[in-house]
Structure formats: C-alpha cells, structure tokens
Design a protein around this ligand. Structure first.
Ligand code: UDP
Length: 239
C-alpha cells in the first residue's frame, strides 16, 4: 500500500519472518542482499521530501510498518494494517529464530562497545545464537575495511543500527559488496538491547505512546519528532 505516495508493505510480524526465512533459504552467493526497511512516520515523511531516500524505500525487498502513526494513517486510508513491525521487535524475533535455525548474524552500529554488549545480552537470552561479528557504527572513511570484516565473518543476516536514513543508505549503497542474504535497518535497537536505553513500559506501548517515552528519555529527539504533526496533517489532507 501507499501512504503519502510512499510504499509500506501490508505485512505483520509472522509474514515478515516468513519473508526473511525464505530469503535465507533461497540465497545465492553473488546476489545482492534483500534489504528490509523498518519505516516509521519520520522515515516516511523524509521519503516524501528526499527522492534518493524514497527510491531506496521503493527498491527495498520489504518495508515494514514501524510505528503507531503508520497504523493510524493506514486505517484512515481504508487499508488497515494488522500490527506494527518495529525494528526492535523484528530483531528480537529474528534472533530467536536464528538460534533455532543456526542463522549467523552480524551487528553493525551504535557507539563503541554497545554492539558487543548487545551481542552478549542476545547470546544470554537466545542460547545457541551465532553472532559471528559486531562493529560500532562510527566508521566514516573505513567503509571498505568494515565491509571486508562483515564478509569474512560470513553472516546470513546483517543488522544495521546507524539510525535513519544512514542505515538504509548504507545497505543500498553497498548492496553489491555485501555477501549476505538479508540486511535489516534497526535504528536504536542495539542501545535498547544493551540496556543503555530503556524501552517504554508495556502499557505505554499498548496505548501507542512509545514515542512519548522516547522523548522523555531523550529530549534531544524533540526536533526530530516535530515532523510527526506535519505527517498527521498531510495524511488528513490526503484522505
Ligand atoms: N549511530 C551510528 N552511527 C552514526 C549515527 C548514529 O551508529 O553515524 C547509531 C547511534 O549510536 C544509535 C543509532 O544509530 O545507536 C540511532 O538510534 P536512533 O534511536 O536515533 O534510531 P532511529 O530513531 O533513527 O531509527
């Protein structure tokens, strides 16, 4: 479906997991990874302004509805979506399944030390999970070395936590140099898994107020979420 002209796939968590499992089982070396974009309202709004980012979303293999705002917009447009498929929830589901199926995963992103801490926590939680490598997300100028490190580690799934839209640009720009089956942009998920940023309590998630919780914890996000009322206004005008 389309929201403000931007592609969002009508899928739920189960369908996203099926997609990823198929991408892994049918992966042929030498073919570019299937890029999964977890698109939130900020990202969707950015895509309406930034043609390069819009093209990345359009050409992705899968675009999941990440955020209550997208569910609201879809309902308003008469095409309701089942549930949110957020970066963090998708990452946890994939890691859980990866531990059972022996999929190898690599963690790229966040500040020095965080990916390693997140890897430790994930291995503790999902016994048998094969995390074949991790690297922080501040590597400007050494991209080639990072790509080589990833390819040498030979993961099937690459989680990229560089924030929006850098993670999507990275996955698109280097798709022909990454020998992995699936790339997934997961925003600030490593910080949450490592325990550096607390996720909203369940009742706030249920009330669809996760954005408010993140704003309270990280007031620096205020400028970024100013696009949300603009997004809402545009959807109202267009529906
Ligand atoms: N980050 C990074 N490299 C950069 C910029 C950001 O690794 O050059 C990381 C940052 O440390 C954080 C994540 O990207 O872990 C972005 O988190 P945020 O919650 O802002 O994600 P978003 O809401 O953009 O998906």
């Amino acid at each position: 479906m389309r929201i403000l002209g931007i592609r969002v796939d009508k899928i739920d968590m189960a369908a996203a997991m099926d997609f990823i499992a198929t991408a892994i089982s049918t992966f042929n070396e030498g073919t570019p990874p299937k890029q999964v974009v977890t698109l939130n309202p900020e990202g969707l709004y950015l895509a309406t302004k930034d043609k390069t980012f819009a093209a990345i979303v359009e050409n992705a293999a899968l675009v999941t509805p990440d955020g209550a705002g997208l569910l609201w917009a879809a309902r308003r447009l008469g095409q309701p979506l089942n549930e949110r498929v957020t970066g963090i929830d998708l990452m946890i589901s994939v890691c859980s399944r990866a531990a059972q199926e022996s999929w190898r995963v690599f963690l790229l992103g966040a500040q020095e030390g965080i990916a390693q801490e997140a890897a430790f926590k994930l291995k503790e939680r999902f016994i048998g999970l094969q995390i074949c490598g991790f690297h922080h997300g501040y590597f400007k100028g050494t991209e080639e070395a990072v790509l080589e490190e990833i390819n040498t580690a030979a993961p099937q799934i690459l989680f990229v936590a560089l924030g929006l839209p850098f993670q999507e640009r990275f996955c698109a720009l280097y798709q022909n140099k990454l020998n992995v089956a699936v790339t997934i942009g997961v925003g600030g998920s490593f910080d949450v898994i490592a325990g550096r940023v607390k996720r909203a309590p369940r009742f706030m998630q249920r009330l669809r107020l996760e954005w408010l919780w993140r704003l309270i914890l990280q007031p620096g996000r205020f400028l970024r979420i100013l696009v949300i009322p603009k997004f809402i206004w545009k959807v109202i005008q267009n529906s």
